[in-house]
Design a protein around this ligand. Structure first.
Ligand SMILES: [Zn+2]
Length: 509
């Protein structure tokens, strides 16, 4: 029985081309048991489903739920005290930030994401500081609990690594260059957290068998190519294939990571992954800023996807990913916020706009992504990498993951009537324009308010959890971070940055 009828002045069902989408004017979506059963004109559907609850109106824009394809934590590193810095020093500076309750942190952020129209997220949980026992399972499980309580769909992965913890070389060799006292402290810290691949996969196996659910996919995640031994990469790749699940990995985020590949394997990290058999439709790679031309072909040939994070790449001085080349080469691309975004607030609508504007290469006939391209990345692209194959499009048979934007607010006070509604969303939309959000037909947000969660209460509990004294553990980690940073900086300063031809020519000297 159809229980809900979702109405919009425009219902954008799916993107069909660079400048086109399947749109129903004054449309409606009929939902039964969380599934879309019919899409058509409101005036045709309403008489047939007159008993169904009506959601939306003639002032709304209805789109498929938006998908954030790369995310880590709730409170942003900036909120916790870490300014933007180049990735290689930023990750050490981040040791200084507070320990945050994973459940409250995730629930808070899930609410923030829902408010900007995100119905599905790829959450990559960094487990490096967790001990290799049941605690790792419990912490991961609390994150999954938070998503379940929020109602969002999540592709969850725990990330792991087993080498190059401080700089891009062997830990022992780098430690030998440090003053003895500092080397001892760093070594003690690192020694407290090694996780073997067997232990890691046993936790992933447990998560996969116990937590996989209709709205939860459990993936695996070697953190990045240079941070994992070949044995670890191959074993995790094999696990993903055997369990028919996804593998998410950071890839060539910075120039140093690409140079590491050339120095250690004589090829790019992606080429190394391909040689190890860790590439394929189940693999999605975050960032992919420093991709070679042959990497673009390899991604297309192996059907390996890229989750691009434009704000994060700007904030951490990583660069600009060659998205125009990837789209041209037929690579699957999805869009992520990487936990913060340009406004530090996890607003995917603004991230969509940045993604669109950043890749407008100079020149009248030069390539650029259209608004429709960006919407496709954030819906169908995201559905593919999170392996929720029945979302991302509004059509009968798909799950009813829908977002209603207040179109009048986006247009206010006037927008030329010929303006394409997808352009209107990408040029002018904000998370603030999101009115209603549903997952599986379940309304999570209505009129901008949460239906069953109390945002102020969650925020209060999160704030309170951080009011206590800084623990001895946190303080000693912060001191270690501050003492290590000059040495990390010095080590990377010795690398002469590789210069070559860039994918985009933004300007000339
Ligand atoms: Zn990341």
């Amino acid at each position: 029985m159809v229980t809900k009828l979702v109405r919009g002045r425009k219902v954008v069902c799916r993107v069909t081309g660079r400048d086109s989408a399947e749109i129903v004017d004054d449309g409606a979506v009929a939902v039964s048991d969380g599934e879309i059963v019919e899409v058509g004109r409101y005036e045709d559907l309403r008489p047939r489903y007159h008993a169904a609850e009506l959601i939306g109106s003639g002032r709304h824009l209805v789109t498929p739920g938006l998908i954030n394809a790369h995310h880590h934590v709730g409170l942003t590193p900036f909120q916790l005290g870490a300014l933007d810095a180049p990735l290689e020093t930023w990750i050490i500076a981040r040791w200084a930030i507070r320990d945050v309750d994973p459940y409250l942190d995730t629930l808070w952020c899930a609410m923030q994401m829902i408010e900007s129209g995100i119905t599905t997220v790829q959450h990559n949980h960094m487990s490096a500081r967790l001990p290799p026992d049941q605690v790792m399972y419990e912490a991961a499980s609390r994150v999954v609990d938070a998503y379940e309580d929020s109602g969002m769909r999540v592709a969850f992965s725990l990330s792991t690594r087993d080498q190059n913890h401080l700089v891009y070389e062997d830990d022992a060799r780098f430690l030998s260059t440090l003053p003895r006292g500092l080397a001892r402290r760093a070594s003690e810290y690192l020694g407290a957290r090694p996780i073997t691949v067997e232990e890691y996969l046993s936790v992933c196996g447990e998560l996969h068998s116990r937590r996989q659910a209709a709205r939860t996919n459990i993936f695996v995640s070697p953190h990045n190519v240079h941070w994992c031994s070949d044995e670890m990469l191959a074993a995790i790749g094999d696990f993903a294939k055997r369990h028919r699940t996804g593998l998410h990995i950071h890839l060539q985020e910075t120039v140093y990571q690409r140079m590491y590949g050339a120095r250690h394997w004589g090829k790019t990290p992606l080429a190394h992954l391909v040689d190890l058999g860790v590439a394929g439709p189940e693999v999605s790679c975050a960032h992919g800023v420093w991709l070679s031309e042959s990497d673009v072909s390899a991604l297309a040939e192996t059907e390996t996807a890229i989750c691009t994070n434009p704000s994060s790449n700007l904030r951490l001085k990583s660069g600009i990913a060659p998205i125009n080349r990837l789209l041209d080469g037929g690579v699957t691309v999805a869009l992520g916020i990487d936990e913060a975004g340009m406004n530090d607030d996890n607003d995917i609508v603004q991230e969509m706009r940045i993604a669109q504007k950043l890749h407008r290469e100079p020149g009248i006939s030069s390539p650029y992504p259209t608004s429709h391209d960006i919407l496709r990345l954030t819906t169908e692209g995201g559905a593919k990498v999170t392996q929720f194959h029945d979302v991302g499009v509004i059509e009968p048979g798909r799950r009813a993951d829908l977002v209603l934007f207040d179109l009048e607010r986006i247009e206010e006070p006037y927008l030329h009537p010929d303006t394409d509604v997808v352009d209107a969303l990408i040029y002018r939309g904000k998370g603030l324009d999101v009115d209603t959000v549903m997952v599986d037909g379940e309304v999570l947000l209505r009129d901008g308010e949460f239906v069953s969660l109390d945002k102020a209460e969650i925020a209060g509990r999160l704030r309170e959890s951080l009011l206590g004294e800084i623990s001895v553990r946190e303080a000693s980690r912060a001191r270690l971070s501050a003492d290590l940073l000059p040495h990390i900086q010095r080590w990377f300063a010795e690398w002469e940055l590789e210069c070559g031809e860039s994918h985009y020519a933004y300007n000339l000297r």
